[in-house]
Structure formats: C-alpha cells, structure tokens
Design a binder for this molecule. Structure first.
Ligand code: UD1
Length: 420
C-alpha cells in the first residue's frame, strides 16, 4: 500500500484547479443505466472510486470509453446482476439499485461497503424503493429487488441524522421511469443531488423542486442520451483552503463554486483566515493568529461532515479551545488519535471532539482510516516539523485527484512511496 512522505513547514503558494466532484459523478454515472442511448460526461475526476464505478457499469454490460476528463457511456443491453466484490467495496455503488430497477424491473447487488465511518445503513433507500412498489429480499449477502413496474408515491426520506444523500439520488433515479407522480419529502438538498437532477432533466426526466426538501418527479416512458459537465468538488476546494490556511500560505482556488462553500468559508473566516473573492476565484491567505471556532456538522447548507476532519487539523493550530460536533456519522473521529501522534491535544466526548489548539505539531508515522481523515493527516503533515509519513493513502486516492501533484505544484515537499 502506498504512503505519502511529507516534509512539513513550507507555506503553500500559487493556484490550484479544482476537479469534478466525486460525490456528484458517482450517481451521475449510475444514471446512465437509465437509457440505452449514449451519454457523455465531462469534468470526470481521475479517482479510484470512478474507476470502480466504471468497472461496475462494464460488468452490467455498459460500453465505456474514456478520454482526458470525459467518459462516453452506452448502456445498450444491460443485466441487473451486479458483481459481488466490486459493489461490496464501494458505498457509492448502492445508487445503481434505483436505475437498474427502473430500467429492468429487477436488480441484484451485494450489500455495499465504503469508508469505515460508523454504521452506514441503507434502510431509507430500501424503504423508498418499497414505497415505489419494489419487493426486496436479502439472501447470501445479496440484495434482490423486483417489481413488475415502479409506481409513483409519497416517499419520506428523513432519517435519524436528517435526509440521505445517496438515498435521495436512488429514489430520484427510480422515480424518473415510474408510473405517475413521486413526491420525495425530506429530500437531501446537497449540490450533488441538484447536479444529478440536472443531468436527469437533460435526459428528459420531469423533476421539480431540486435543491429543496420536497422533490416532485413525474415519471416518463423513457429517457434519452445526454451530455453533462460535473460540478466542481466543494470538498476538494475546502480541503485545499484548509491546507493553505494551515501552512500560512496564499493559494487561489480556480474553478470552485463558491456558492457551494458558504458554511465552510464562514467557519474559515471566523477562524481568522483571509478570504478574497476575485472574478470567480477565491484566494486564501493564511497567517499566524488563528482563532478557535465551534462547529456542528449538518446536512447542506450546514457545515459538511466531509470537511470536519480537515477543519480539525487546521484548528489544532488555533490557540484556545475549539469544539467540533459530529451529527451525521457516529465514530467519524478516527483521525483524532492520529493527529494526537503529531502532538495535537484532542479529547472525544460523545459526539464532540474538543481541540486545545496552538501546540506545535511534529512529524510522525500515521495511518489514514478513511478518505477525509487522510486529507486531515496530510494537512497536519504539511505544517508539522520534520517528516510525516501517511500510510494507507489508497483511501485518499478514492476521492482526491492527483493530490500530491497539486500540492507539489503549490510548493509542498510531498512524495508518494509505492507500497510493497
Ligand atoms: C454521502 C456522501 C458522503 C457524505 C454523506 C453525508 C457520496 C458517495 N457520499 O454519503 O461523502 O459524507 O453523503 O453528507 O455521495 N442513513 C440512514 N439510513 C439510510 C441511509 C443513511 O440512517 O438508508 C443515515 C446515515 O447513517 C447517516 C445519515 O443518514 O447518519 C446521512 O447519510 P447519507 O446522506 O445517506 O450518506 P451517503 O449518501 O451514504
């Protein structure tokens, strides 16, 4: 397994181009299963999760050709039986269920995996598909869904921690080809759901209310091929913003959608980070004298759980006490113990991490436990004295396009050590 070697202490300087969004592209790729016609998807990030999704589509019979940042996909004759091991490895693969069921009336997939960030049930996905008329059984690790024809219905998708992002994507896709009208209540409002809906609309779907908690879908007989450009990754943008701030550097984010970054930028501003907007770009100016902040993760447009770890790394440098409360996923604090190896002072009390910031960080070998935890360790390594080795960066490769190349271009001393 590859690792990163980081020589900390270099302020990042320069410009970084933000890639296409991982969380938007995965359901969009799944949506191509809804039509037998050709779809062209642009601004596709080069990530191992995208490779996985392409493998899954091919295993279902799709023809996929790849060019720089673009995928051309034709799901002509497809089958509804997903490869057990491929699907098991990636959480995002659950969103093939809705489109397969809508197109074929039948889908069999293994229960999905993904980052180890607490229990990640799929009860809301299944409840939603059942409301549309699917019969669901579990047998031998496989989930089997059948329906003669999906029927529109009222689907309530609110869970213990609020709406479900991929659950909304799944039901939205299934409803596009269902008979009649589907109303999704307590739908996720994340920009990635809006991007998926825009792609579905360009395929001929009838959808209203996207970006709000109530989405109305009027089923159509069939969808056609379409072209789509994926939105920029707001979490990658937020990660580079934290890295720039933590190293006291000055970095301009190119291509980021600032309207998707409201809660993140607000917390950075509160922490004393300089932010300048110029002609669609955002420049982050880090300096000493960071302030502690309190933050609670929430569904969009609240502070994203996918930025909690990176903000924690930054707050380790802010003198005083910051409290980060995780409301979306329990046990999403595995990075805290690793940050402590670098000298951070963090204690976990229930759903909150209490960070006593301002102590200098010193390099050490650390272990990445999930995608965003890996990013937090890289940020901490970039500002720690001496060398930090971040092991198991395959987590990071799932969701960050060429991160070490982008950081090196900004002046970071970072290199990939190939694993044995
Ligand atoms: C997506 C994102 C992930 C992000 C998360 C929350 C992708 C590929 N992943 O994951 O990066 O961290 O949204 O913004 O887009 N829940 C249930 N039952 C369900 C489904 C979810 O109880 O059937 C709960 C979860 O345990 C969690 C909460 O709902 O507490 C939100 O999870 P959800 O929005 O579904 O996360 P994902 O869509 O899997």
């Amino acid at each position: 397994m590859d690792s990163f070697l980081i020589e900390g202490g270099v302020p990042l300087h320069g410009e970084v181009q933000i890639s296409g969004s991982k969380n938007a592209v995965l359901p969009i790729l799944a949506a191509t299963l809804l039509t037998a016609e050709t779809c062209v998807i642009r601004r596709v990030p080069d990530l191992s999760d995208v490779d996985f999704m392409v493998k899954i589509l091919r295993s279902l019979g799709a023809e996929v050709t790849a060019a720089e940042g673009m995928l051309t996909i034709r799901c002509g004759a497809i089958r509804g039986f997903g490869d057990y091991d491929l699907i098991r490895k990636m959480r995002g693969s659950i969103c093939i269920l809705g489109p397969l069921l809508a197109r074929l009336g039948q889908a069999t997939v293994s229960l999905p995996g993904g980052c180890v960030i607490g229990t990640r049930p799929i009860d809301l996905h299944l409840k939603g598909l059942e409301a549309l008329g699917a019969k669901i059984t579990v047998d031998g690790g496989y989930l089997r869904c059948d329906t003669p024809k999906l029927q529109g219905n009222l689907v309530f998708l609110g869970g213990r921690a609020g709406p479900t992002v991929l659950g909304t994507a799944n039901i939205l896709m299934a409803a596009t080809l269902a008979e009649g009208v589907t109303v999704i209540e307590s739908a996720a409002c994340e920009p990635e759901v809006v991007d998926l809906a825009n792609f579905l609309i360009s395929m001929g779907a009838k959808i209203q209310g996207v970006g709000s908690p109530t989405i109305t879908v009027t089923g159509v007989r069939e969808l056609h091929g379409a072209e789509h450009e994926v939105i920029p990754d707001r979490i990658e943008a937020g990660t580079f913003a934290c890295a720039a701030a933590a190293t006291c550097g000055e970095v301009t984010l190119r291509g980021a959608r600032l309207d998707h970054l409201g809660a993140v930028l607000e917390k950075l501003r509160e922490a004393g980070v300089g932010l300048d907007r110029t002609q669609g770009a955002l420049t982050i100016r880090g300096h000493r004298g960071l302030r502690p902040v309190d933050v609670t993760t929430m569904p969009y447009s609240g502070f994203p759980t996918d930025m909690q770890a990176q903000l924690m790394a930054l707050l380790c440098l802010a003198p005083g006490t910051s409290i980060l409360t995780e409301r979306i996923f329990e046990s999403r604090f595995m990075h805290a113990a690793e940050l402590m190896r670098l000298g951070a002072d963090i204690s976990i009390e229930g759903p909150s991490a209490i960070v006593k910031g301002g102590r200098p960080l010193t390099g050490a070998p650390v272990m990445a436990s999930d995608l965003r935890a890996s990013a937090a360790l890289v940020i901490a390594g970039l500002c720690a004295r001496n060398t930090t080795q971040v092991h198991r960066i395959y987590h990071l490769d799932r969701g960050y396009e060429r991160m070490e190349a982008k950081l090196s271009k900004l002046g970071a001393r970072i290199s990939r050590v190939p694993g044995e």
